[in-house]
Design a protein around this ligand. Structure first.
Ligand code: ADP
Ligand code: MG
Length: 232
């Protein structure tokens, strides 16, 4: 990849969830530059999480191309795609998806298991996990079980897990939806500090237009995607 090439590129992507009341999403063109921070706004049910899954390669498009750093995710087979995702993308899921019985440290280190380059960049894993969790305002609790944490603490663990080993892309699925306005703003300060110091690309989806001010660019689902709903 040369400088200026988009790090993330969707080209005539179509996807339909199988089953009853199926939902079809078409994205003619979406391109995000390396280092950009983008907020994607859309109503609940407009396909934001579906789009992030297509970008992660956890679901594959029925037609069109999803390219991450120039690689078409459909060209990779299962195991290679999982490793590619772990190397390239840090994901903050809507429900955080922490391993409840794992410790904070286990959860933060998880992506490094599948991603040798990320592991190398992280250096000593536990030291890096401690640095990130401190930077994210988590008190010293690397040994605590994830299930014992408050929602705000779980969210910080999810952010540390997404950032460890500096993946080039961070995807965040409504990470502030469970927080009040004050904690939302503190959370975004921390996330942006980390994203800027790592020079990562950030794509965050939300239904909340108030978050827009700090992003380089705001996109709306209705402008970049067409959806069809079809009763079975
Ligand atoms: P948003 O994140 O914008 O709220 P989603 O992408 O979650 O929207 O959902 C868009 C549509 O896709 C909804 O109609 C939802 O029911 C459907 N959908 C989402 N996930 C699945 C799934 N795993 N299986 C079938 N349909 C799904
Ligand atoms: Mg969603």
């Amino acid at each position: 990849m040369t400088t200026g090439d988009p790090i993330l590129q969707l080209d005539n992507v179509r996807f339909r969830w199988p089953g009853r009341a199926s939902f079809a999403l078409t994205v003619p063109e979406l391109s995000i530059a390396n280092g950009e921070t983008v907020l994607l706004l859309g109503e609940s049910g407009s396909g934001k999480s579906t789009l992030l899954s297509l970008i992660c390669g956890t679901i594959l498009a029925d037609a069109g191309h999803v390219r991450i750093a120039g690689t078409d995710v459909a060209d990779l087979t299962g195991g290679a795609r999982d490793r590619f995702r772990a190397e390239q993308i840090g994901v903050i899921f809507q429900q955080f998806n922490l391993l409840p019985f794992g410790t904070v440290l286990d959860n933060i280190l998880l992506p490094l298991r599948f991603a040798p380059s990320r592991r190398e960049r992280a250096g000593d894993g536990p030291t890096e996990a401690r640095r990130l969790s401190t930077a994210l305002g988590l008190p010293d609790m690397l040994g605590a079980k994830a299930a014992s944490l408050s929602v705000g603490q779980q969210q910080r663990v999810a952010v540390a897990r997404a950032l460890i080993g500096r993946p080039p892309i961070i995807l965040a699925d409504e990470p502030t939806s469970a927080l009040d306005a004050g904690s939302q703003s503190a959370f975004l300060d921390l996330l942006f500090d980390q994203v800027r110091s790592h020079e990562s690309t950030l794509l965050m989806v939300s239904h909340d237009p108030r978050l827009g001010a700090r992003f380089d660019r705001i996109l709306r689902m209705e402008d970049i995607a067409r959806i069809e709903r079809q009763a079975a």
